[in-house]
Write a protein that binds this ligand. Structure first.
Ligand code: NAP
Length: 284
């Protein structure tokens, strides 16, 4: 029951109709018997600054931040967790008596998915990363932070891949970094040893179910694990191709759930039940 002491959590972004976060967090609140409520706050770009001020003024405990504001909220916060500061993107804000701290739980969410769902240890491995947008940045920082040995970033817009490479090199000079333009001939000629492929592009996301994966089967075959950050549909054309050549595949659902678990813990100190969230997602 909502009363004077109910803590308010929420999600800011625009648009928000398709987000699963309100359902996931409210289910965890009920299951853990906590006095919180999680609401959706769609904010237009011109409302963003007022929206962040309202977190303080109205005493919200915290919010998740999603597209298109993960970078744009930074100037309005009081402090940043060191990893969020490196990445330059925030997906969780915690309000401690008016002091707003920005975190990025996508980074640990991705690592936890690889380790717990994929049984994959990042340290010393070699990875191919497709894309250089917001999700790719979080994945690249996660991999470098955990000691990946070599990372090649392949993107449709080659400049963006090079820019990400430069940023990463400044923080992680020990990682062997390379970039390439996304093209099938370039990928077909790939011959370097490879442990992990992560696709952070929206290719294969519903309703585009039948698109051909951009990574040729000969390259997929070399990896131990293929991750597609898309989770709708659960099995994308890339993951079908991986299964076809006997390579383990993971969709992005684990990352979504683990980043949410970490955010929830930052606000409430308690951990949602992972399997209960998995059941909820299956039923949607
Ligand atoms: P973004 O910042 O817009 O970046 C999109 C990336 O995909 C860019 O590198 C873009 O290349 C590339 N791309 C887009 N369309 C392409 C196409 N037709 N062919 C080749 N490359 C293409 O988006 P984002 O926030 O990174 O999100 C990307 C995907 O990750 C989305 O599907 C999103 O749902 C998913 N995601 C999942 C999670 C999770 O928790 N599982 C979290 C975040 C995001 P250019 O640079 O050339 O434009």
């Amino acid at each position: 029951m909502v009363d004077q002491k109910t803590g308010v959590l929420g999600l800011i972004g625009y648009p928000l109709e398709h987000s699963l976060s309100p359902r996931l967090h409210n289910q965890a609140i009920v299951e853990l018997g906590l006095n919180f409520v999680y609401l959706s706050f769609p904010l237009k770009p011109e409302q963003l600054e007022d929206g962040i001020r309202a977190i303080r003024a109205l005493g919200l405990r915290g919010v998740n931040v999603t597209i298109p504001y993960k970078e744009r909220v930074l100037p309005y916060l009081d402090q940043l967790d060191p990893l969020a500061a490196k990445l330059g993107a925030v997906n969780t804000i915690v309000n401690n008596h008016g002091l707003l701290t920005g975190y990025n739980t996508d980074i640990n969410g991705f690592c936890r998915m690889l380790e717990e769902d994929g049984g994959f240890r990042i340290r010393g491995k070699r990875a191919l990363l497709l894309g250089a947008g917001g999700a790719a940045r979080a994945v690249a920082f996660a991999l470098c932070q955990q000691g990946i040995a070599a990372l090649t970033i392949i993107n449709r817009t080659a400049d963006k891949a090079r820019h990400l490479q430069k940023t990463l090199h400044g923080y992680y000079p020990g990682v062997r970094l390379a970039t390439a333009k996304l093209s099938r001939p370039e990928l077909t000629a790939w011959s370097d040893p490879l442990d992990l492929i992560v696709d952070t592009t929206p290719i294969g996301m519903a309703p585009q179910l039948e698109v051909e994966p951009v990574i040729p089967l000969e390259v997929i075959r070399q990896a131990h694990l293929v991750v597609d950050l898309v989770y709708n549909p659960p099995e994308t054309s890339l993951l079908r191709a991986a299964a076809q050549v006997g390579v383990q595949g993971l969709n992005g659902m684990g990352m979504l759930l683990y980043q949410g678990i970490e955010a929830f813990k930052l606000w409430t100190g308690q951990e949602p039940e992972l399997n209960s969230w998995r059941e909820l997602v299956k039923s949607v």
